[in-house]
Design a protein around this ligand. Sequence first.
Ligand code: HEM
Length: 462
Amino acid sequence: MSHSAAAHAVPLARGALPVVGHAMALVRDPFTFPSSLPEYGDLVRIRLGPQTVIMTCDPELTRSMLMDDATFDKGGPFYDRAREASGDGLVTCPHRLHRRQRRLCQPAFTNERYGDYTSAMIATAEELARSWHHGQIIDVNDATVLLTMRSMVKAMFATRLSPAVERQMVDDLTVATGGIFRRMLTPPRLNRVPTPGNLRYNQAQARLRTTISDAVISHRAALAGQDALIAVLLNSHDPASPEALRALSDNEVAEQVLTFFLAGAETTANLLAWTLYELSRAPDTQERLHAHTAGVLRGRPSSFTLLPELTYADHVVTEALRMYPSAWFLTRTAARDTRLGDAPVPAGTMLAYSAYVIQRRPDLYPDPHRFRPERWEGRKPNRSTYIPFGAGARKCIGDRFAHIQATLSLATMTTLWRFDPITDRIPRPAVHATLMPRGLQLRVVAHDPAQTVIPPGPPHRR
Ligand code: HEM
């Protein structure tokens, strides 16, 4: 089957420019452009620089692609760049390397483990929320990135890195995640030119690797009997693999930890940032969240055990993930000649899917651009039409980690504070591997000033 056979079967989205194709539309308007794609049908072609990608717009076709991860393997513009950043870790590795890695990493993401991680998540959210003062204007991206990074560091290493190392890691991760997406849109040879941006990206990558490798090596002995995520990885054992591959090597552990940071920190931070943004614009929803959460917690800190009762916070997070699925553009490569629905898909074809495209379809979600946590009352997300964490064997391993972290952090923050807008302006999404609300600032207002420790001081800034 030739590439042109597939090309004729699938329409090309309008507006492709010479050289860049649809890349500008995607970067300039990452919300509107993808939402328009289902107009073309179940599948549509878009051009990103020199590459043509088939985008799935239909939930069932997207699911068929995701469930057959041997045929629709990790690859395509996003993963080719991401692989340069995190090697063959769990997110990026091809199908043939995947199952062993997944089996070895899975023990770090079980129910028993979440009990341990949540104390780190809650302590970090408390610490951040109590560092604010009444009336303070906070930079929401800075706050949420620091929050998720810090609690991941605690959950992974069961320790705190020094503030300087932690700050450097946050900065490096931001440069790394931003770089992966930008590089996807530019021809590979330009990524090798020593521009200041490329140099900064390479430096951030190299520093991240060194920091994490050092932490793995220096913690191996100390962590052997602990509950930290990294200790679980270091001790993990896979009887289904050949003898020499039964455990993860130090290098592999470092690679997976870097992978978890790249896959989990900014995504969860974005989710929280957009959640706070939507809450700030919906005073009734925010009030309902506060009242419900305060009623469940009754002055106690939030906890893993109370999680099942925090139902409204859960609906808020579920709705935010519908409207703002952080991993919004993901790619695949066809490993062999195949079909998707009626369309022939020759080996080597690049494909993409976006939870954003599916989850903002008006035929699937009435009034799709409105934040309505109530739509989840008495309703479970559908496995085809709600895919913020993907589906199939490559589904997010950190889905519960992220959901729990977002729910408990939100409960902790909104018990103490209300978040008020300081402008009517709608924040433009900054296009990264995830979409963050660029420059979003909110004012924190104490529900009960007596409950919050109010140290005077400068606004919280990175
Ligand atoms: C709101 C937060 C998050 C979102 C929206 C998200 C989304 C996703 C999505 C959509 C995928 C599938 C990618 C694909 O189909 O190509 C994925 C995979 C993955 N995610 Fe997440 N993720 C989040 C948080 C996390 C966290 C906290 C971690 C780790 C602690 C994590 C680790 C991973 C890993 C390792 C994979 C690859 C799994 C595999 O291929 O076996 N993610 N994530």
